[in-house]
Design a protein around this ligand. Structure first.
Ligand code: ADP
Length: 889
């Protein structure tokens, strides 16, 4: 049924595509000035349409057609209909599944343009800064034709720059910059230091990797607290003498360890303590973390060490995650294990998960090559549907059945031999591995076989180098090893990417003029001979003199940036320098040669069958495997994929269960002969589905727990924002005071006489009213009168305070009000976060009982929140009524 609806709606959209193309044909005739005017014109028709709710829809066809034409003028590329279809899907707030190489970057331009016309800001989010920058530059070259400004937010920017970039019509940045800016904005004490506008429309690139893979680690801003690093070290020593399965049990699936009785005793003896579980010493937390560090966190797999620091490797993308730390003492436990300096434990000052961050947008859309397998999750958790966009050309890639070897060793031998085979044929091959160690293992084997290869993994220093390698992975004789999907975002073009190739040639040559020309290869690449070209030789010679002679730009920018700049067509429109123009011409000359080389090369690679993708382990979700396969067979290219597996692979070991073990015993396999058995494939698929289900449950649970804190965060942040932006907050303070009084009177109504007495003392103290004179009288009057009296007193007391401060220093009170409010909100919220963390752990322990832990958690969380709000109000009133102290300082 659902499919039918989608099928029909895709058909409906196809009609719109037709209309867009008709508009585009007409707009083609506009000159550049007329094209530019389109933006103003479309904005005006939006004004007219103001009453209409979905007001941008009527102008969609014309706006999309305008953007399509701008793309054509800037890049020479005419969008395929499927890209326009994808663009409509994005605009409607869905996830568009478009295969690798279908041109998502350009498709996103259309909805970005249409929505930017509303002047509320559009965000395009990518996974790393390199891609954000690359895409922003491309977008600017397009939007120059439409008079829109493109922003780019990168990690090193100051807040003023950030603000300017966020104020642009369309802003490109990474998910993590966006998240940290959001959190920082919500910690700002001064409204002028905030950088973001309200979230309106976002297009999330590689949306599956953000909303699914990264969903398990929230982004956190933290501050240091005092912590005893000795405890981590001692716990690490204890862990190293404890023995698995004797002193502790390992739950590999749940990544958990539990101590046995024996283990508990050994720890107590080692630590010389009586009770390991004493809450005051908290030893148990240290020991469990140390054991987790020992069992589940391996160097060069889960993390790498760089400059004496533990850096997390993202298990899905293989990328390193600078600045991120495992929470709750785990990071420190790993530091202790590795004998590194132990950084102080951090207190969470602010945190948010990507799911909840993106749900802040009024309209959210995403694009990726692989989402269909996780469709249920997208629909159930995020309420966004996934719509599969047909490919422009039919995909003719052959996905061959898995080959399963008995031992891991024979599997790797087979992979290496396969690489040798391919290399001898010259067929480009991409091998995906699941960890850095395995990549390195394979690279050693290839070294032994004397096969040249390129290695891509998390250790790669910069993403541009990574993109460069990936973009040439489709050349003949290229063997590329890649940890998971490092290098996502750059597609593999058969025969190589001429633009990257031309730039690389320039960079490699202009950079090292000292060495003799002949001894330098064009690429630090394979099979140089293939690419020797007389024309390129002579152009390079020209480049060497022309680029370096009297070129101040190179001194200023550095050679790499200068080359990027000078080869960028859109920059050239603005530059007047003669030398830059000449250099651009040289680049064009080299580029033309590269285009010829690459297209010749492409023909040969196509004859060889296209790119061959080898998987070396099934991942925990089919989606990640599909990402790897999807590297081959872009835009109707031929291609092939095959997974080489072994019965010792994690997925079999952990999730395969009895069936696989039995099978291993019945099938009398010898080491080197793989099997392609139907039963095995079935078990494998069911194992993989089991894993997917398992992780889905974890994410769902996390999401449900996070939802609780998320609604609290939104309440606090919106209150905070209101205060931050307002200039006159007296009313807010008075309201807080009245709320305090109400709450206290609520308790008062139900209390006995003694307690009433105490409550009255409290109220009067809070309002800073002399207690002696009134208590006895007040206790006699009825509730309504008492309330009126206290409300009055609140105002009087506050007026007096205001007057007093006004005399001391005019306008001080307004500043103090704001300061106290924000400071109290922040501090109490941070304490609250800590309590919520503890609550979650505590609930985890309790879940053995009958209660549903989530309901328990929600109830307790609600109580904690109410008491937090009460204490914010009371503290603010208390402080402000005594603000003399501050003035005296
Ligand atoms: P994806 O993100 O979908 O894998 P990209 O946006 O990286 O794809 O685009 C892949 C390549 O295809 C880029 O080099 C881009 O310039 C090119 N491209 C995009 N759209 C078209 C088109 N309509 N015609 C020709 N080439 C295109």
């Amino acid at each position: 049924m659902l499919n039918l609806i989608k099928y029909n709606s895709l058909n409906k959209y196809k009609q719109i595509v037709k209309t867009i193309n008709i508009y585009a044909e007409n707009i083609k005739n506009y000159d550049n000035e007329e094209l530019k005017k389109q933006t103003k014109k479309l904005k005006q028709s939006l004004q007219v349409n103001k009453s209409n709710k979905s007001k941008i829809d009527p102008i969609l066809p014309e706006a999309f057609a305008t953007a399509k034409e701008a793309i054509r003028r800037a890049t020479g590329i005419t969008l395929f209909d499927v890209q326009i279809l994808g663009a409509i899907i994005l605009n409607n707030g869905y996830i568009a599944e478009m295969k690798t190489g279908e041109g998502k970057t350009l498709a996103a331009i259309l909805p970005a343009y249409l929505n930017a016309l509303q002047e509320k800001g559009v965000h395009i989010l990518t996974v790393n800064t390199y891609l954000a920058k690359r895409d922003a530059e491309l977008a600017q070259s397009i939007f120059n034709f439409l008079d829109l400004k493109i922003g780019l937010v990168t990690p090193t920017m100051s807040y003023i720059d950030r603000k300017n970039q966020y104020d642009c019509d369309i802003t490109y940045t990474t998910n993590s910059e966006l998240g940290f800016d959001y959190l920082r904005d919500n910690m700002a004490i001064d409204a002028s230091k905030t950088v973001q506008r309200d979230f309106y429309f976002a297009i999330v690139d590689e949306v599956d990797s953000i909303l699914i893979d990264e969903a398990r680690t929230p982004i956190i801003i933290s501050g240091a607290t005092q912590e005893n690093s000795e405890k981590y070290k001692t716990a690490s020593q204890a862990a190293s003498i404890l023995k698995s399965f004797k002193d502790y049990e390992i739950d590999e699936k749940g990544k958990n360890v539990t101590l046995t009785e024996e283990g508990i005793m050994r720890c107590e003896k080692f630590l010389n303590i009586l009770n390991l579980y004493n809450v005051n010493s908290g030893w148990i937390k240290y020991i469990i973390n140390a054991l987790k560090a020992k069992e589940f966190f391996l160097k060069n797999k889960e993390y790498i060490i760089k400059n004496s620091e533990i850096i997390i490797v993202d298990e899905f993308t293989g990328r390193i995650m600078e600045g991120r730390r495992w929470s709750e003492g785990l990071h420190q436990a790993i530091e202790a294990k590795e004998n590194l300096p132990i950084q102080s434990e951090n207190k969470t000052l602010a945190s948010i998960t990507y799911q909840n961050l993106f749900l802040l947008y009024a309209k959210l859309s995403g694009m990726t090559g692989t989402a269909k397998t996780e469709e249920t999750e997208f629909t159930k958790i995020y309420q966004v549907s996934v719509i599969e966009i047909p490919t422009n050309q039919k995909c003719i890639r052959k996905d061959l059945p898995d080959l399963v070897y008995k031992s891991e060793y024979s599997k790797w031998q087979a992979v290496a031999n396969e690489c040798l085979d391919m290399y001898q044929k010259g067929r480009p091959t991409l091998i995906g591995t699941t960890s850095i160690d395995k990549s390195e293992l394979l690279s050693q084997m290839l070294d032994n076989l004397q096969i040249p290869y390129k290695l891509l993994n998390a250790k790669q220093e910069n993403a541009s180098r990574e993109a460069e390698i990936i973009s040439q992975a489709g050349q003949r004789y290229s063997i590329t090893i890649s940890t998971n999907m490092a290098g996502r975002g750059t597609d593999i073009i058969l025969g190589g990417n001429p633009i990257t190739m031309a730039k690389t040639i320039l960079k490699n040559h202009v950079k090292s003029t000292q060495k003799s020309f002949k001894s330098r290869p064009y690429f630090n690449n394979i099979h140089e001979k293939l690419y020797k070209s007389q024309k390129i030789d002579s152009l390079i010679k020209q480049a060497e003199t022309s680029f370096l002679n009297e070129n101040k730009n190179i001194d200023e920018l550095g050679i790499d940036t200068y080359i990027e700049d000078v080869t960028n067509t859109s920059n050239l429109l603005n530059t007047k320098s003669k030398i830059d123009r000449k250099n651009f011409q040289i680049y064009q000359g080299i580029l033309n040669e590269c285009v010829i080389l690459c297209s010749k090369e492409k023909k040969e690679v196509v004859e060889l069958g296209g790119l061959y993708v080898i998987g070396t382990e099934r991942h925990e979700s089919r989606r990640i495997d599909n990402q790897l396969k999807g590297r081959s067979g872009r835009q109707g290219d031929p291609g092939k994929s095959r997974f080489f597996l072994s019965l010792q692979d994690n997925i079999f070991r952990i999730f395969g269960g009895e069936q696989i073990t039995r099978l291993m015993n019945t099938l009398k396999m010898d080491d080197d002969t793989p099997i392609e058995s139907a039963i095995l494939s079935r078990s494998l698929n069911s194992a993989q589905k089991k894993v997917e289900g398992y992780f889905y449950d974890i994410r769902k649970q996390l999401f449900e727990y996070d939802e609780v804190i998320n609604s609290q965060r939104q309440a606090i942040y919106s209150e905070r924002k209101k205060i931050l932006k307002s200039v006159f907050i007296r009313d807010c303070i008075i309201e807080y005071g009245e709320n305090c009084i109400d709450e206290m009177l609520h308790a008062y109504a139900r209390a006995d006489i003694n307690t009433r007495h105490k409550i009255l003392v409290q109220v009067l103290k809070l309002l800073n009213i002399n207690t002696q004179f009134s208590i006895n009288r007040l206790i006699k009057i009825d509730a309504i009168e008492l309330k009126t009296f206290l409300y009055e007193q609140l105002r009087i007391s506050y007026d007096l305070r205001e007057e007093y401060l006004e005399q001391l220093r005019p306008a001080l009170i307004r500043k103090l009000e704001k300061y106290y409010l924000l400071q109290q909100i922040d501090q109490t919220w941070q304490d609250h976060l800590e309590k919520m963390n503890l609550l979650k752990e505590y609930i985890g322990w309790r879940s053995y009982g009958q209660q549903d832990p989530l309901i328990e958690y929600k109830n307790e969380a609600f109580n904690l929140f109410i008491s937090m709000v009460t204490s914010i109000r009371q503290n603010v009133i208390y402080l402000i009524m005594r603000s003399r102290l501050i003035v005296n300082i």
